[in-house]
Ligand binder design. Structure first.
Ligand code: GLN
Length: 283
């Protein structure tokens, strides 16, 4: 069978579950053939090995079963860096790049300490440290599977010296160190919307009924672990951005503001810790 025929077969099998079935079929076949998509398309009339075709159909079947494409590929690009991923972690989202870009802009090339709460694949902390060569940081996550993935990424990127990862629930986490900057993309999807996000870990996504469960304790925790004058940036559901801003303001943070994502929505809350920012301990 020719490349274009194999692709057509894959596309037809994905048409029910995907908005871009041809694109996904091309991505999967180019992955198996170790080509980029343009090179694959240029070879439309070449014959595909039977073994490759079978493998392709098995990947297509997985995808048709609802496994997200990037779990099948086992990798996702974020901030121009390739991250290893699996079912234990949220697939890094392009929108989250704005959080890292803002952090890099604020810090410039100063040497700082960074804490990433709910680090998942480690993509936030590791991309920050990849571009700011003088800093170091810690990523914590409640999921042991996530910590394994994050450590593997640190190793693959040669960042294991500057990036440490620890399995911990931030609500029970105690650390003496205070950080210059705290970053977090916590679970904020509303319960009734989690079901639509098939395949990714619920613990990384589910923010309770209104998606806000995590923020009051997160604000307390950040107030405790941030240095005076240190900055936090957290990701939010844009529909709840105002409420989350209020939560951080009531915890005593100052200069609390929205940052927009690439679609122009209030996707992040940033603020500064000042004397008086409450830290009653993470409850
Ligand atoms: N932005 C992600 C989504 O909507 C959610 C990420 C999260 O809960 N932190 O799929």
């Amino acid at each position: 069978m020719k490349v274009k025929e194999v692709l057509k077969e894959g596309k037809d099998l994905l048409s029910e579950i995907s908005d871009a079935p041809m694109l996904e079929a091309e991505v999967l076949l180019s992955y198996l053939l170790n080509l980029d998509r343009a090179a694959l398309v240029a070879r439309s009339d070449e014959e595909v090995d039977n073994a490759v075709k079978e493998k392709f159909i098995s990947l297509i079947a997985k995808r048709a079963d609802g496994v997200p494409l990037y779990y099948i590929l086992g990798k996702k690009e974020f901030m121009g860096i390739e991250f290893f991923i699996n079912e234990s972690v949220l697939i890094p989202r392009q929108e989250t790049e704005t959080l890292v870009e803002e952090a890099l802009k604020l810090i410039g090339n100063k040497a700082v300490s960074v804490l990433d709460v709910g680090t998942g694949s480690g993509c936030i902390l590791l991309s920050f440290l990849y571009y700011n060569k003088k800093s170091r940081g810690i990523g914590i996550d409640i999921s042991s599977g996530a910590i394994e993935v994050a450590r593997k990424n640190a190793e693959l990127l040669g960042l294991s010296e500057r990036a440490k990862f620890k399995e911990a629930d931030f609500r029970a986490f105690r650390i003496d160190e205070r950080f210059d900057i705290v970053l977090s993309n916590p679970p904020y999807v509303r319960t009734d919307e989690v079901k639509q996000l098939k395949g990714e870990p619920e613990v990384a996504l589910s923010g309770g009924k209104d998606g806000l469960d995590v923020y009051p304790q997160l604000a307390q925790f950040i107030a405790e672990v941030l240095k005076e004058n240190g900055t936090f940036i957290v990701e939010v559901d844009y529909r709840s951005a105002r409420k989350v801003k209020g939560i951080f303001e009531s915890a005593g943070f100052r200069f609390v503001k929205f940052l927009k994502d690439l679609s122009g929505r209030n996707r992040f809350i940033e603020g500064v810790k000042f004397e008086g920012t409450k830290f009653e301990g993470a409850k």
